[in-house]
Design a protein around this ligand. Structure first.
Ligand code: NDP
Ligand code: PMR
Length: 365
């Protein structure tokens, strides 16, 4: 880990120097691969075209994150920073997905450690790239866990990774987004139908529910407080769904606090049921066999990884999806629409309280 961070920072430092000297070179090390930033404003006679956008996607080593990285890279309009905890896995994934080398950079990020989040932000800044879009996509799901496990900072793993890691990351990178001169700057936090109790899927037990946030306020450490946000008994599936509610509340609170002043678009989405991804790796084998056909033929909510990647890519860069504060979904014809969040996932007072506790837990207040 220490070696990985060290060599990663060395490499990024090198890259920053390269940028300053405007030398075009690819730097490949054992842990981090970087390609030269394309920050130039391409021009055609008499007309200025948009420079290559720079987007960070967390958890881009598989599933939705990888598919959206590929979709964005293929447009030729985006350079993707794949923010991943496992460098080798990410490198292999990018290669086998066929993402062109010059269109991505892998940088180390472990969302289950606040120190790693801060280190990532430092490394990113040293790379000299602008930040035009940030996608908080990574997640863990522990449906069969009997006991809670914890992040480096002692928070229950699902909420600690999916929400608190992303909360710190997006709060720190907000300044970088503000500084971007890109015409449409976006911060996207991936949500889900299962966190929304106004849907059939959201009513499959255990249901999401943050209660009065007493466990969250106590630090989710399982010692002097519960490991669950609502203060109840540990349930891995519920912890994941609660983390998704936090993701959707965070997006809206960002919108209320920062959209007007910064012009940044804050959005969330339910990309469809991508039943084949690594998210279900800890589920029982029978579930992993039956889940894809169940979603394909019974609920008809199934989407392929490729299709989900195109949907997330739309939220990042489609000129018609600039509205802020929206939770996007897609209908059967794959057309996007503004979806309704459940009462809890749109509760303004709960969002404010959740934001304030999150600030305290990640050391911002
Ligand atoms: P995957 O498991 O394929 O992808 C999750 C990614 O998160 C992986 O790249 C994983 O890295 C990464 N990750 C996990 N923990 C950490 C960590 N501590 N630090 C950094 N990265 C980490 O699942 P999906 O693609 O399905 O999930 C992506 C998003 O989509 C999630 O937010 C999920 O909630 C959401 N979603 C998924 C749905 C589905 O049906 N699959 C439906 C609705 C929403 P590694 O490769 O190293 O494990
Ligand atoms: Mg669900 C329209 C019905 C629908 C949809 C779109 C989903 C999506 N699910 C639906 C219905 C049902 N599911 C029904 C009726 C059942 C009971 C048989 C059911 C069960 C079920 C389980 C056990 N579903 C699941 C699980 C999981 O473990 C998944 C989960 O909750 O992960 C957190 C899941 C999901 N169902 C979905 C989607 C998108 C998931 C993945 C969840 C996510 O990432 O939020």
């Amino acid at each position: 880990m220490a070696t990985s961070l060290l060599s990663s920072s060395l490499c990024i430092h090198k890259e920053a120097q390269c940028n300053q000297r405007k030398i075009s070179a690819s730097i490949v090390s054992g842990q981090t691969m970087s390609t030269t930033p394309t920050i130039t404003h391409a021009t055609t006679p008499g007309k200025k075209t948009l420079r290559t956008g720079s987007v960070i996607i967390t958890g881009a080593s598989s599933g939705l994150g990888l598919a959206s990285a590929k979709a964005l890279a293929e447009t030729g309009k985006w350079h993707v920073i794949m923010a991943c905890r496992d460098f080798l896995k990410a490198e292999r994934a990018a290669k086998s997905a066929g993402i062109a080398k010059e269109n991505y950079t892998i940088m180390h990020l472990d969302l289950s450690s606040l120190e790693s989040v801060k280190q990532f932000v430092d490394n990113f800044r040293r790379s000299g790239r602008p930040l035009d879009a940030l996608v908080c996509n990574a997640a863990v799901y522990q449906p069969t866990a009997k006991e809670p496990t914890f992040t480096a900072d002692g928070f229950e793993l699902s909420v600690g990774t999916n929400h608190l890691g992303h909360f710190l990351l997006s709060r720190l990178l907000l300044d970088d987004l503000k500084q971007s001169d890109y015409p449409s700057k976006r911060l996207i936090i991936v949500g889900s139908i299962t966190g929304n109790t106004n849907t059939l899927a959201g009513n499959v037990p255990p249901k999401a529910g943050l209660g009065d946030l007493r466990g969250f306020s106590g630090g989710l450490n399982g010692l002097n407080s519960s490991a669950m946000i609502d203060g109840g008994k540990f349930d891995g599936a519920k912890a994941y769904k609660d983390s998704k509610v936090c993701n959707m509340l965070t997006m809206q609170e960002f919108h209320r606090r920062f959209h007007e002043d910064t012009g940044i678009t804050f959005a969330s989405l339910y990309p469809g049921c991508i039943a084949t991804t690594g998210l279900f790796r800890e589920h029982i084998p029978l579930f992993r066999i039956l889940f894809p056909p169940f979603q394909k033929y019974i609920t008809k909510g199934f989407v392929s990884e490729e299709e989900s990647g195109k949907r997330l890519a739309q939220v990042v860069s489609d000129p018609s999806l600039t509205k802020s504060g929206v939770y996007w979904s897609w209908n059967k014809d794959s057309a996007s629409f503004e979806n309704q969040l459940s009462q809890e996932a749109s509760d303004v007072e709960k969002a404010r309280k959740m934001w304030e506790i999150s600030e305290r837990l990640v050391g911002l207040a």
